[in-house]
Design a protein around this ligand. Structure first.
Ligand SMILES: [Zn+2]
Length: 199
């Protein structure tokens, strides 16, 4: 274990600082320079990804505790405090989050489900197609919408798949899993996040 208490709160990314050499940074480092912090419920369920600033405020207010440090030495300073930015924190008190059985369908979420590929031909998708056209009673739902390229979208128009002899490259299902939405909104995982974000 090792008591690295003091040395840990030394510098933000010492290597990079040295490499940059010039222009001393303002002591109050902007948020964008920091990685995000995963917030867990008191029961260790992942809730959301916070900015470093919000996470530090929660720690300072005693609302949350550090679960995992970030191996990169990110430090946030104020006039009176110097706090090491962790990777994962956990609420002291449990908050009840209504469980949504179904992930709401948005354009971005649908594109993510389909990997940004056209459900008919596999090229890059730029739009959304209703498999059963809306004009024929098709629903705007996970099961009836698919990512689609312009070309297929134009060809398909108001026709049914059977009329064209087309088929889908994959089955259309609503994404499952408690963390699907959070995971799909993250650009990258921080250290240790995977332990909490398995859907
Ligand atoms: Zn296509």
């Amino acid at each position: 274990m090792g008591s690295n208490g003091k040395s840990a709160i030394k510098e933000r990314r010492p290597g990079r600082e040295a490499a940059a050499g010039s222009a001393a940074r303002s002591p109050d480092i902007p948020c964008a320079a920091h990685p995000r912090v995963l917030l867990l419920n008191a029961g260790y369920e992942a809730l959301t990804a916070l900015t470093a600033r919000r996470a530090v405020v929660m720690l300072l207010c005693g609302k949350a505790d550090v679960v995992h440090d970030n191996p990169e030495l990110y430090v946030m300073r104020s006039a009176t405090h110097e706090v090491r930015v962790p990777s994962v924190i956990r609420l002291r008190e449990y908050v009840h989050i209504p469980y949504r059985a179904k992930v709401p369908m948005t354009r971005a979420a649908l594109m993510h489900r389909d990997g940004n590929r056209c459900g008919y031909c596999g090229v890059r998708a730029t739009t959304i197609d209703h498999v059963v056209p809306r004009s024929r009673g098709g629903e705007h739902s996970w099961e009836n919408c698919v990512a689609c390229c312009e070309r297929c979208n134009r060809k398909k128009a108001d026709k049914m798949l059977a009329e064209l002899g087309w088929s889908l490259r994959h089955k259309l299902v609503a994404p499952q899993g408690r963390n699907w939405r959070l995971v799909s909104s993250l650009r990258e995982f921080g250290p240790h996040w995977e332990d909490y974000l398995v859907a």
